[in-house]
Ligand binder design. Structure first.
Ligand code: C2E
Ligand code: MG
Ligand code: MG
Length: 503
């Protein structure tokens, strides 16, 4: 302090060790005195450092352990994820994502290849009959057989249900056929051998040489409903058919909105010189250039995709509109028969929906005949009868169309309370002399049964004088066909048949 320097040191105060520090202020010889309590002793500082070091080491070890086990769980999860992403859980086969990746590699190597789509006929039936577990087992046999039959570099996957895709390095039709025949046979055999259920599996396949798997699928779908061939090769017509289908499906809703579906009418005549007794409504799809598309180009598709539900009611509406127009013009309307898809009959609101349309145009149900296709009756007779009763109660007439084409059954004549039977025009097709006699006997009986049951008969497709003579002899009630007139636009029909002085 005498030298005027800073001083530092230690002292004990009330049992606490203190550090102090004194700095001269150069004013009046004053010093600034700073004192601070020491944190532990230097010995305990050393201890603290040791404890700290040990703790840090332990923490590092713990962190390493955590990191290591985390990595293991992570990599296990990644493996599971990869398995889930690339493997089918039922059979253990690879899935389409994996197939498509491997397929890209094949494309890059420019190796020749074929894709195959393989399926079991009526797999759903197997599931329904024998249960899902057995169904799954069939899938496992398929996986097993495929696994053993593919060569180096070839691969396969399971898509959904019973659909498998294969990539083969063969491109020759004959050798592909042979290999697939072996695969199909082995799957059938193994399912019989181990399957403990006696169901003879039937498989079918589509092949696309040098094309992606979607084209093999198209080929496969082309023989879905045939049982006489089990292998089909892709060709461009299949592609065009699908393109056409897609194009129709993309156009149908706008077409309905733009009223492109037109009402055509074909007259129906009484066979006892009663003249015109009614008309059948037949849809025509008018293209923007004025040309027409015919029902066989789109009705089967609409039946499949459900659009018929809308179109058929739309046609009922057009028929009602026409009947109202005749009434408004002071003409006596003739009944119109409208073709109705079988799907409508399973909708319990169908009678109400019809009545809403008829009421809008103030048309009596007695002026509308609903033509149902014969095939409809084989589905659910009870529901159909229930609907027919409901429709009868409202005043509609029910006609069974195309009788004799398909699963005709005389049973239906007494099981269903119909008003009219339309004999399929196939009955009038040219046949040999011998067959002609047999046909006559059958037709005569059908017409006679119908008459006795109070069901009117209409012969369709009368094209010649001879056709007419035949149905006259059979005592059919009504006739319809090109011999009398073709289907025509509602306007033309009105001009030709709906004259005031005719009635
Ligand atoms: P369909 O109800 O049996 O109609 C009779 C079909 O025979 C009509 O064919 C008609 O043009 C044709 N045809 C009439 N007279 C003769 C003839 O003398 N000879 C020959 N060879 N054919 C004759 P179209 O108009 O092509 O209709 C075919 C089928 O499409 C109809 O058969 C019907 O099942 C269905 N269809 C037509 N319009 C509709 C509709 O609005 N809704 C539904 N769901 N189906 C419809
Ligand atoms: Mg018809
Ligand atoms: Mg018909």
């Amino acid at each position: 302090m005498e030298k005027g320097e800073s001083v530092c040191g230690e002292y004990t105060y009330e049992g606490n060790r203190m550090h102090f520090y004194m700095v001269p202020l150069d004013v009046n010889g004053w010093y600034l005195f700073c004192a601070n309590k020491v944190w532990g002793s230097s010995a305990s500082l050393g201890d603290a450092l040791t404890i700290f070091g040990v703790l840090m080491t332990l923490m590092l070890i713990l962190m390493n352990v955590l990191l290591y086990s985390g990595r293991r769980v992570f990599s296990q999860n990644i493996k599971t994820l990869i398995r889930l992403a690339y493997e089918d859980p039922i059979t253990g086969a690879k899935n389409t994502a994996h197939f498509d990746e491997s397929f890209q590699q094949i494309l890059e190597t420019k190796q020749p290849f074929s894709t195959v789509a393989l399926n079991v006929h009526n797999f759903k039936g197997i599931n329904d009959l024998f249960g899902r577990m057995r169904g799954d087992r069939v899938l496992c046999y398929m996986e097993n057989v495929l696994n053993h039959n593919l060569k180096e570099g070839e691969f396969f996957c399971r898509d959904t249900a019973d659909l498998f895709y294969l990539l083969l390095l063969d491109t020759d039709e004959e050798s592909i056929k042979k290999r697939l025949a072996v695969i199909i046979e082995q799957i059938r055999a193994s399912s019989l051998e181990y399957g403990e259920f006696s169901y003879d599996l039937s498989l079918y396949a589509g092949v696309a040489i040098g094309e992606e798997r979607e084209k093999a699928l198209l080929a496969m779908q082309s023989i879905e409903h045939t049982h006489h061939t089990d292998i089909a090769f892709y060709n461009h017509d299949m592609h065009n058919a699908v393109r056409k289908k897609n194009s129709i499906e993309s156009q149908m809703y706008p077409a309905l909105q733009n009223k492109e579906f037109k009402l055509f009418l074909q007259p129906k005549f009484g066979m006892k010189n009663e003249g015109l007794v009614g008309a059948e409504a037949l849809v025509r799809w008018q293209n923007p250039d004025g040309s027409y598309r015919y029902p066989n180009e789109f009705i089967p598709l609409f039946e499949e995709n459900g659009f018929c539900l809308k179109l058929d009611l739309y046609m009922v509406e057009r028929a009602c509109e026409q009947i109202k127009a005749w009434k408004d013009a002071g003409l006596t309307p003739v009944p119109i028969s409208v073709n109705q898809s079988k799907m409508l009959f399973s909708d319990l609101n169908y009678p109400d929906n019809l009545m809403q349309i008829l009421n809008r145009y103030q048309v009596s149900p007695s002026l509308i005949t609903l033509e149902i296709l014969e095939g409809v009756a084989t589905d659910n007779l009870e529901l159909l009868n229930h609907q027919i009763e409901a429709l009868h109660a409202l005043g509609f007439r029910i006609s069974m169309d195309d009788f004799g084409n398909g699963y005709s059954s005389l049973n239906m004549l007494y099981q269903l309370n119909i008003d009219e039977l339309k004999l399929d025009r196939g009955f009038l097709r040219q046949v040999s002399k011998e067959d002609e006699e047999r046909r006559y006997i059958i037709l005569e009986q059908i017409v006679s049964f119908a008459r006795k049951l109070g069901i009117a008969t209409v012969a369709e497709g009368i094209e010649t004088q001879e056709d007419e003579a035949l149905i006259q002899a059979l005592k059919c009630n009504f006739g319809q066909g090109y011999f009398y007139d073709k289907p025509m636009s509602a306007k033309e029909f009105s001009q030709r048949y709906m004259k005031k002085d005719e009635k």
